[in-house]
Ligand binder design. Sequence first.
Ligand code: HEM
Length: 401
Amino acid sequence: MTDGLPAVPGLPMTRGRCPFDPAPELGVLRADHPVARMEFPDGHVGWLVTGCTQVRALLSDRRMSSRGEALRSPIPLPMATDRTEPAPGMFTAMDPPEHTRYRRAVAGWFSARRTRTLEPRLKELAERHLDAMGAGKGESPVDLVTGFAEPMAASVICELLGVPLSERPAFARAIKALFAVHSSAEEAIAGWHALTGLLRGLVEAKRAEPADDLLATLVTEGRLTDEELVTVGSVLLTAGYDTSANMIALGTFALLEHPEQSAALAADTSLAERAVEELLRYLTVVHAGGIRAVGEDLEFEGHRMAAGDAVSLSFAAANRDPVLCALPDELDVTREPVPHLAFGHGIHQCVGQQLARLELRVAFAALFGRFPGLRLGIPAAEVRTRPDMIIYGVQELPVTW
Ligand code: HEM
């Protein structure tokens, strides 16, 4: 059934002239058909939702499902993880009540109050990575992705989980292999195995020597089995890494390309929190999410959605919807924060959002504080982006100062 609507041939991913704007087709769809039919890579005809109101409504509708067996990726993935039963602990691909049990086990670690206590340590980490990036500068530009964004994101999430310093390079390598832009299916699977192997070792070490980090506390509490602990740890490490690393690098690119915005921010540091919120909205790095399935037959805005239909809810299109704010296609760091969807919405809304906000605020302040003359090392048009990945960003960002 196609509901009388023509089906869009796949999720529009190719960007137009501006690397910060989502695929232009998404805006056209949002205006004409905020709820449209879409053909998924496996030929299934499901739904593509681009209107902010509609995306938000479906994300909080209990009749929508995140069960791994029901999901279909809107883009061809190297690692075909979709339509399989989720491993114990893979709570991103579960519905209540299983989802609730795992989410409760970790949520307290990401509260606003607890996150605030991490600020001094995050500042130290940022300064340390900037020391290393600064020391690596020679005649040619330095890559901000490998020099700052990735090591910063990796160390923040390792710090939280309690990965000892000596093991961080191995963790960082495994996570990077898993997310490498050009990694083959075999390499991505090898990266996942390396990561879960490292986590297994870490769980054993925490059992032998209790500590006060997230993983050690979960081990001591004894609510989750070792298998669940390894998967929950991997979910946190991977969910918190690629997103943050890409937001740091793409956010830097956006600030460098909007000098009036970075000048406003430099002139008034009290804008720092607003700037992070606006960059999250404007850039929406989770540009191929969210991914859901219809759990039971339902009527939505005059459409009949059938149980089992795959649904792609575009956070990127929703965050540029004129119902959300005036001039949604403009980056404005002075904007009153708006209820954007960069962290999703509903029961799966990003559990690490307070940590992510803090990490971004600390990273941008440290970077532009250390190198006020930071500029691109190549023409903006030559910066290579990664539109075909679930998480959008830049492949590298050559900078100089
Ligand atoms: C700028 C950085 C980040 C962005 C833009 C981001 C974005 C998102 C989005 C959009 C979702 C919802 C996906 C959906 O509903 O389908 C999500 C979920 C999630 N995020 Fe983040 N995230 C970021 C950083 C982090 C960090 C630092 C952590 C820390 C561990 C984290 C952990 C998670 C987890 C575990 C989920 C799944 C929650 C659930 O299924 O209940 N994220 N994130």
